[in-house]
Write a protein that binds this ligand. Structure first.
Ligand SMILES: [Zn+2]
Length: 62
């Protein structure tokens, strides 16, 4: 199985992506020694944080 070295832009961790990764083809086509991507953990975190922001906040009582 082919793998690809990629570093997460957010947490800086290095990963070996394999062909099952959704963006594997896209990243491997760039032919970089080390591709950059957003790892699953960080993308979950981003999604969670944007969900939190989207939640209507109760108006602050002045
Ligand atoms: Zn990450």
């Amino acid at each position: 199985m082919k793998t690809l070295a990629a570093r997460c832009l957010m947490c800086g961790k290095s990963y070996q992506l394999d062909e099952e990764y959704k963006d594997f083809k896209k990243l491997s086509e760039k032919n970089l020694p080390e591709a950059t991507f957003i790892c699953e953990m960080c993308s979950n975190k981003v999604r969670y944080e944007s969900d939190e922001k989207r939640k209507p906040k109760k108006p602050a009582s002045n």
